[in-house]
Design a protein around this ligand. Structure first.
Ligand code: PMP
Length: 429
């Protein structure tokens, strides 16, 4: 493939934008490649500015469950745009969105719209602190909750990919209020609660970790956290920015049958437009201004274009449960194909999958159930695999510690196509 235009574009972008990108992982740094610049996308396909075509398994890092430029979403956004792009005043569609979200995610009785996942988690944490009158938060090493100061402590996603889990610029005071535990290790959380439980406002986690690669919760882990937080009067926050509406209409909490106090939601709601939301028990949400004293606001929150896209997205998922069956079937076939390829080529690896999200870890480990195990992965091998896949027209996340997403737009043929490309890529390792 020829990447001439992308290489030139990156050179220019680097002179004007830090690292040439507006979000770090996009720069392909950890896979030692130059990023491709995207021109357009439709369905399961994406094209770069050199006119190379790729089957896309990044899906804008998760939100595009229905694929790119979904006809109905595009129509809804166009129609909304003709009526004005922002009013900073209430609209009917915001209540419709709240109705949809509360119907699909029963633990969410009231919901507030924001503009990103970062805003959702940052605001949910402030609310948890305001509600409990406590300062501390417990997070898990390798989980990522956006880039607010409180969460850039042993953070996952681009932060681990680039070796920057604790960012300079986060004050000691902020860092001191964040305690970290080990994912899937209930004892590590119990220990923190025994020491400081009555000062802990909340435990926040991705109920299925996606930002250290996919790591599923072990049986009893989520239930244990639910019991522990209840015992100490702390709140349990599920960050479902990736898992919400993806693993089931009601997200991971529906799939695992555990009700958090607060839930953060993100990019999926906007079908690719900048959106986030947080919600939960009415008693807690009523603490937010103007009803209560905890302040949080946003000029563009509930933006009409984002709400128009979101309404189509959520209604489509709610009214078509067969979408989830299709995702499951395609993702199961993909997992089986990738696994057979590893066996055939004698390459050690572990595939973690739930529903339509999965990660192939290049590792000698027999299983990946913890952050430490995830970190033992061979990132150099992933980088080679990534580059070979890209050359075969398969666009994967440019990091070992991310997810591969299957969308409704992928066909069974697309799945066969990535399995064949993966065999070729593995052969070259
Ligand atoms: N939480 C989780 C679980 C995420 O995966 C992400 C981003 N991938 C965020 C929060 C932050 O969302 P955003 O990038 O929209 O700020």
């Amino acid at each position: 493939m020829n990447y001439h235009n992308s290489i030139q574009a990156f050179e220019k972008a680097r002179q004007l934008i830090p690292g040439g990108v507006n979000s770090p992982v996009r720069a392909f740094k950890s896979v030692q490649a130059d990023p491709i610049f995207i021109k357009k996308a439709k369905g399961a396909r994406i094209w770069d500015i050199d006119d190379n075509e790729y089957l896309d398994f990044v899906a804008s890092w998760g939100p595009l469950i229905l694929g790119h430029a979904h006809d109905e979403i595009v129509e809804a956004v166009k129609e909304a745009a003709t009526l004005g792009t922002s009013y900073g005043a209430p609209t009917l569609i915001e209540t419709e969105m709240a109705e949809l979200i509360t119907a699909m995610v029963p633990s969410v009785q009231k919901v507030r719209m924001v503009n990103s996942g970062t805003e959702a988690t940052m605001s949910a944490l402030r609310l948890a602190r305001g509600f409990t009158g406590r300062d501390l938060v417990v997070k898990f090493a390798g989980c990522y909750h956006g880039h607010a100061d409180s969460f850039l402590i042993k953070a996952g996603s681009g932060a681990i990919t680039l070796g920057l889990p604790d960012s300079p610029g986060v004050t000691k005071a902020a860092a001191q209020n964040t305690l970290t535990a080990e994912f899937n290790n209930l004892e590590s959380v119990k220990k923190l609660f025994e020491e400081r439980g009555h000062d802990i406002a909340a435990v926040i986690l991705e109920p299925v970790a996606g930002n250290m690669g996919v790591v599923l919760p072990e049986p009893g882990f989520l239930k244990g956290l639910r019991e522990l937080t209840e015992q100490y009067g702390s709140l349990l926050i599920f960050d479902e920015v990736i898992t919400g509406f993806r693993l089931a209409p009601g997200g991971a909490q529906e799939r695992f049958g555990i009700e958090p106090d607060l839930t953060t939601l993100g990019k999926i709601i906007g079908g690719g437009l900048p959106v986030g939301a947080y919600g939960g028990k009415a008693e807690i949400m009523n603490q937010l201004a103007p009803e209560g004293p905890v302040y949080q606001a946003g000029t563009l929150s509930g933006n009409p274009l984002a709400m128009a896209a979101g309404k189509v997205m959520l209604k489509t998922l709610k009214d078509n449960p067969k979408i989830y069956a299709g995702l499951e079937r395609k993702a199961t076939n993909l997992e089986a194909g990738l696994s057979a390829n590893l066996d055939k080529k004698g390459i050690p690896g572990v595939i973690n999958r739930i529903g339509s999200m999965m990660t192939l870890f290049f590792t000698q480990e027999k299983e990946v159930k913890s952050f430490d195990q995830a970190m033992k992965s061979d990132t150099a091998r992933y980088a080679s695999y990534f580059k070979k896949s890209l050359e075969s027209g398969i666009y994967l996340a440019p990091s070992q510690f991310e997810c591969l997403f299957v969308s409704d737009a992928h066909t069974d043929d697309d799945i066969q196509c990535i399995i064949a490309a993966s065999e070729k890529a593995l052969k070259s390792l």
